[in-house]
Structure formats: structure tokens, C-alpha cells
Design a protein. Structure first.
Length: 268
């Protein structure tokens, strides 16, 4: 979640293990695999120390255990996928392109495509959650949880605290963004079950964190990115495409581009 603090990462790990021991183990293995790949390929040490070659890898590891059964082949996918995510991340870093979690998205989509095409038996059968009540208090925290594929409130609270430790304003921006996105989704008649477990909040959480700042303009850009991420999420849901964090990536790209144009025009 764009935080460079070891304590924050530790709380993330606790939250993942709380939600699923298997996912926690996969996150650890993936982070080790991604970082080891960076070291073996002699990537910039300062970038490696900052965790730039670990976060997409970690997300790949958790995602694999969400979509695939915890069999030996899946653990192989965790290792290979984490290493591949690191290589893709390095490709973009070398070109000074801030792509956020795009390497994770691309690698995870590839793994799911391979599984669906050739080894369907390894896929996890989706379980249907049933929620009939609206709890506005939990929307934002569930959004924090879903950033790392955890749909329980405790994990979401731990992730919120993790970000708050590093940057209070980022945590509050993320919480506000997640709640706002959920409320708008309700008005658009999105299934309440999906909203209640944070599926239409987590991309908004990330978008809001990217633009978190004390200036009023920052709030405006955060709002633009949150709205864009929701629109992309709705569009992908209609096409039945697994969104992962792609709505966040695309919305952040577009908003940063608009912000750059606005800055250039305001200087003239």
C-alpha cells in the first residue's frame, strides 16, 4: 500500500496470517522468492532494500492461494510467479515508469489463464457469500482487507493500523475513499454482497492513498481517482473479468496524467 516501513509490513503479514495461514505462508515464500530473484540478477540494492521487488511478488503469492488449491503445483506457481513479477517490476523501474501493482496483475492473470486453460482441476470453486444488511462502518476497513485478498474485518483493521503507523493521512484518505466508493456503488445498484465484503472499495483505498496530502487539491485528485477506479471496476465486472488491482492502476495512471496536464497549464 505504498508504505516503506518494516512495522507496516509486519502488521500486513499478521493480518494475512489471521485470515489464512496458507496465504500468509504464500506471501512469505513469494516475498523471499521475489527478493532472491532481485539479488541473483544484481538489481539495484537500494531498490531491493525498499521492498520494491517484494510487494508485487507477495500479492502474487496470496492471489495464487485464493484462486488455486493449495497443492504442490500451486506452490510452484507461487515461486515462479513471484520471480516473474520481480522481473516485470524491474523492467518498468528501469524505464522510470511508476506502474504500482501492474506486474502483480499481469502475472496473476497469466497464472489464472494457464490454470483455466490446461489444469482446471487446480482451481478453487468460488464460494457464495450472502449478506443482506448494510454496515457503513465496515466498508472502508473491508476495503483495506481486500487489497491483500482478506474479506474479514479484523484483517482490514490490522491493515488500516499498518498504514496509519506509517502515514496517518494515507490511512484516513484510504478509509474515506473505500467508504465513498461503496456508498456510490450502492446507489448504482451493485449487489450488496459484493459491496459489503469490500470488492468495490479496495481499489478506491489504494487510489486515495496515492494522492493523500494535506492540500485541498489533493483531496480533489483523490476523489477523481476513486470515481475512475469504481467505473473501471464496474466495467470489468460487467465483462466478467477478474479485476485484481487493475482498476486502481488505470485510475491512478489517468489521474496522474490529468494532474500533470493541469500543473502545466496552470503555470502558463
Amino acid at each position: 500500500m505504498l508504505q516503506e516501513k518494516a512495522a507496516t509490513g509486519f502488521f500486513f503479514l499478521i493480518g494475512i496470517f489471521y485470515g489464512s495461514f496458507t496465504m500468509g505462508a504464500a506471501a512469505l515464500l513469494a516475498t523471499i522468492s521475489g527478493t532472491a530473484t532481485a539479488l541473483l540478477l544484481n538489481y539495484n540494492k537500494s531498490e531491493t532494500d525498499k521492498g520494491l521487488y517484494g510487494f508485487s511478488a507477495a500479492l502474487v503469492g496470496v492471489a495464487v492461494m485464493l484462486f488455486l488449491k493449495a497443492v504442490i503445483l500451486s506452490w510452484v506457481f507461487v515461486i515462479i510467479g513471484a520471480s516473474l513479477a520481480t522481473i516485470v517490476q524491474h523492467f518498468f523501474i528501469k524505464r522510470n515508469l511508476a506502474v504500482f501493482t501492474l506486474p502483480f496483475v499481469l502475472v496473476t492473470w497469466l497464472i489464472i489463464l494457464l490454470a483455466r486453460s490446461y489444469i482446471t482441476g487446480i482451481l478453487v470453486e468460488p464460494s457464495a457469500a450472502i449478506v443482506s444488511t448494510i454496515d457503513y462502518f465496515t466498508f472502508g476497513f473491508k476495503g483495506f482487507g481486500q487489497v491483500i485478498f482478506q474479506d474479514n474485518l479484523v484483517a482490514g483493521l490490522l491493515f488500516f493500523v499498518a498504514v496509519f503507523i506509517s502515514s496517518p493521512i494515507s490511512a484516513l484518505y484510504g478509509l474515506t475513499g473505500g467508504i465513498l466508493s461503496a456508498i456510490i456503488a450502492i446507489q448504482l445498484a451493485v449487489p450488496i454482497t459484493d459491496i459489503s465484503i469490500g470488492l468495490f472499495s479496495y481499489n478506491a483505498v489504494l487510489c486515495a492513498i496515492v494522492f493523500a496530502d494535506t492540500q485541498v487539491k489533493a483531496g480533489i485528485w483523490a476523489l477523481v481517482s476513486v470515481l475512475l477506479s469504481l467505473l473501471v471496476s464496474l466495467f470489468m465486472a460487467k465483462l466478467n473479468i477478474i479485476p485484481l488491482t487493475f482498476p486502481f492502476v488505470l485510475a491512478a495512471f489517468i489521474t496522474l496524467f490529468l494532474k500533470r496536464i493541469y500543473t502545466l497549464l496552470s503555470k502558463k
